[in-house]
Design a protein around this ligand. Structure first.
Ligand SMILES: Cc1ncc(COP(=O)(O)O)c(C=O)c1O
Length: 402
């Protein structure tokens, strides 16, 4: 099934599973996608159980299903269940990973111009508080990080960490995550990959990526609920004793008044209190993605985005801003004379869902592109060409209204 071409019947089945398809044209999977019914049912089912027997008792009763969630999330990215930590968001996952690296004054973090806003803010905060140096590799003329520049910086600075955002929040760029992994592996430098927009959108194999940490969230292309995410921590890092700076009792045993012992596995990166209903929803979303076949759903989502890019680029005043040798299911554009948030609200009034971003969301990238605001349109595999045409038609109307 997963290797087979997508048929009309598959699309119809995915749309039947997605209640929201009947309500709106949802082109905002890069913000928060529409959850399919099995994900919704997993969340509600557990909340119902909590209502009936209590939260602790419900978690105990659901223990086998909770275990399967770790298995399914791991299977989605080619990892082991023991390498998965459940956290509240991609940002929380990234922060936990970052805090496990012992950084002192003068240490360097190598990153890129397209890394996510909150990751860049964390680096700047570390620079201010501890005197850590943040160095960014140059861009490739096609867009995305220039690998030679990154390789040179890694050799020159011997950084404590390399950070890459695989797909930035504000554009259709896909950065060369596996190639960066190869550079880091060769140099023996820990590598944290922000896969927030990639999980559920791209096929993922952590062995091929050679990342030490991978941060993700459930609500975007994975189609899980809001408020939950996960962190992958490679077994080799766990074996070296990697753990977050601020440990929780889920991660270690307090063995004597001044001693603790780490537990095995990536649960060290979790906190004791977990939203089990959301965890079950995220696990179900991982299973749904695997069953749909990420390779084939990626092909469809990317083809929809590419056709939209092509159609919008021909409109007067529209500048499509996506760059890179490989592009994904995020279409970003600037429209001359139109604030993106005004367009987003006008589209939302027509039940067409997109997002607006401003220069502050991606200071370096949007500064270079000289764009004050951008409209982000992110189709997924459950969208149709008719929906894209609706969006394009609405934009034509809105643009010509001025
Ligand atoms: C590339 C990227 N990284 C990280 C995040 C943060 O994800 P979360 O809001 O789940 O922390 C986002 C959110 O848009 C993102 O696009």
């Amino acid at each position: 099934m997963v290797d087979q071409p997508i048929r009309e019947a598959d699309i119809a089945a995915w749309r039947r599973d997605t209640l929201g398809c009947a309500q709106c044209t949802h082109l905002n999977s890069a913000g928060a996608s529409l959850v399919p019914t099995p994900v919704h049912d997993a969340v509600i089912g557990h909340l119902e159980l909590e209502r009936q027997i209590g939260g602790y008792e419900a978690a105990a009763a659901a223990a086998p299903s909770i275990g399967r969630c770790y298995d399914d999330i791991a299977a989605l990215i080619g990892a082991r269940a023991s390498e998965i930590a459940v956290v509240s968001s991609a940002t929380a996952a990234f922060a936990q990973a970052l805090s496990s690296v012992a950084l002192t004054a003068g240490d360097t973090i190598v990153t890129t111009n397209a890394d996510y806003i909150s990751n860049q803010l964390m680096f700047l905060s570390l620079a201010q508080r501890f005197g850590v140096q943040v160095v960014r590799a140059e861009d490739d003329p096609q867009g995305g990080v220039a690998l030679e520049s990154l390789r040179t910086l890694v050799r020159r600075h011997k950084p404590k960490l390399v950070s890459l955002t695989w797909i930035p929040t504000n554009s259709g760029l896909v950065q060369p995550a596996a190639e960066v992994g190869a550079i880091c592996a060769e140099a023996g430098v820990p590598y944290v990959l922000d896969a927030c927009q990639a999980v559920g959108q791209l096929p993922i194999d952590v062995t091929r990526l050679q990342c030490d940490f991978l941060a993700a969230t459930a609500r975007k292309f994975l189609r899980g609920p809001r408020g939950i995410g996960f962190l992958y921590v490679a077994e080799r890092m766990l074996a070296r004793g990697a753990h977050p700076l601020l440990l929780d009792m889920r991660g270690a045993a307090w063995t004597a008044s001044d001693a603790y012992e780490l537990f095995d596995g990536a649960r060290r990166f979790e906190q004791w209190e977990l939203p089990y209903a959301l965890l079950l929803g995220m696990g179900r979303a991982a299973r749904y993605a695997i069953d749909a076949g990420v390779e084939r759903t990626a092909g469809r989502a990317h083809a929809l985005a590419e056709s939209l890019r092509h159609d919008l680029a021909s409109l007067a005043g529209v500048r499509v801003l996506d760059e890179g040798a490989q592009r994904c299911a995020i279409v970003s554009l600037a429209v001359e004379g139109h604030e993106a948030s005004a367009l987003m609200h006008a589209l939302r009034a027509r039940r067409i869902h997109t997002t607006a971003q401003s220069r502050a969301d991606a200071v370096i990238d949007l500064g270079r592109k000289v764009a004050e605001s951008t409209l982000r349109i992110s189709p997924h595999y459950f969208n149709t060409t008719a929906e894209l045409e609706r969006c394009r038609g609405a934009l034509v109307e809105l643009i010509s209204e001025t």
